[in-house]
Design a protein around this ligand. Structure first.
Ligand code: GLU
Length: 299
């Protein structure tokens, strides 16, 4: 069965870029007679902004984006995440690392995706976990995945990133790790999200493999930019949803390459949604990293 999801980080209200992601994942799920789940990525507590969750839920409701099942919160899954950390530990795949950011800066090479961790702590067998991060050993092999919008994505994690963090020194489970456990717990079959996360795909693929989980099909849509800058929840790029629902839908459909010829601003949101589900074609979403939006799409 098709199970998709939208997984916003509650660091601020929805903006046009996050709405486009929500709409694309919703339409793909619904046009495949699947489920569309809502997961709140609130594991990174310092990034969570008070009031954002309810703003996001309200925004989605106004846009008629009704999620199936109950809302999932990462912050309520810490025991499950720890269970899988223990499991990977038993398999001998993890190690503690007490390298400071400064040490890593000084001792690492910079690759196309940032600093490459050189494995300083791999053989140290550090026992004391306090103040340590937990890393996973990666292997020197090329990983190649087909993204249904962006095409082939290849990476050698060992050469480009190095052993990466599953639990940070402040005891917070990393995004790369928590999202993989979530996909498994929620039986996610399809992921649609922004291109800014495409670099995470090989790491997540690797984690699915070592944990024995099925890897969902992925589609990374272009990210919306304004003045060539990515819109972001954390920086107050909010969108006024109330009373502009139809316009937002049409702007989002246009952004996603869907035809809006037979749509009118006088239609109800429910009508727009029914049309949009019937007309949805993922093939029309162009495989670009980013796409500049019309200034008026962002209110
Ligand atoms: N929480 C991430 C965001 O808001 C999305 C994560 C994902 O879709 O895997 O950008």
């Amino acid at each position: 069965m098709y199970i998709g999801r939208f997984a916003p980080t509650p660091s601020g209200p929805l903006h046009f870029g996050s709405i486009v992601t929500a709409i694309a994942s919703f339409l793909d799920a619904k046009s495949n007679k699947g489920k569309w789940l809502l997961k709140i990525d609130d594991i990174d507590e310092p990034r969570v902004r008070d009031g954002s969750v309810s703003e996001i839920l309200k925004g989605l409701e106004r846009l008629g984006l009704a999620w199936d099942d109950h809302v999932v919160y990462q912050s309520q899954r810490k025991e499950q995440y720890q269970f899988h950390i223990n499991d990977l530990k038993e398999k001998g795949l993890l190690y503690n690392c007490n390298c400071s950011r400064k040490m890593i800066n000084n001792s690492s090479l910079t690759g196309s995706h940032g600093l490459i961790y050189n494995g300083t702590c791999r053989e140290k067998n550090l026992k004391n976990q306090t103040g340590c991060s937990i890393r996973i050993k990666v292997v020197d092999e090329d990983i190649s995945i087909i993204d249904s919008i962006q095409g082939e994505i290849s990476q050698n994690i060992h050469n480009d990133i190095g052993d990466f963090i599953l639990k940070r020194s402040d005891d917070i489970f990393s995004y790369q790790f928590s999202v993989v456990v979530d996909n498994h717990l929620d039986n996610i079959s399809h992921i649609i999200r922004g291109y800014d996360l495409i670099n995470s795909l090989p790491r997540q693929f690797y984690l699915h493999k070592v944990m024995g989980f099925d890897f969902p099909k992925s589609s990374h849509i272009p990210i919306a930019t304004l003045g060539r800058k990515k819109l972001s929840k954390g920086h107050g790029d909010r969108i006024l949803i109330q009373n502009y629902e139809n316009l937002i839908w049409m702007n989002a459909l246009t952004f996603l390459g869907q035809s809006t010829q037979n749509y009118h601003l006088s239609m109800t949101v429910e009508d727009i949604i029914q049309h949009a589900i019937k007309g949805w074609s993922k093939n029309k979403v162009k495989g670009f990293a980013e796409r500049e939006i019309d200034e008026h799409a962002h209110r």
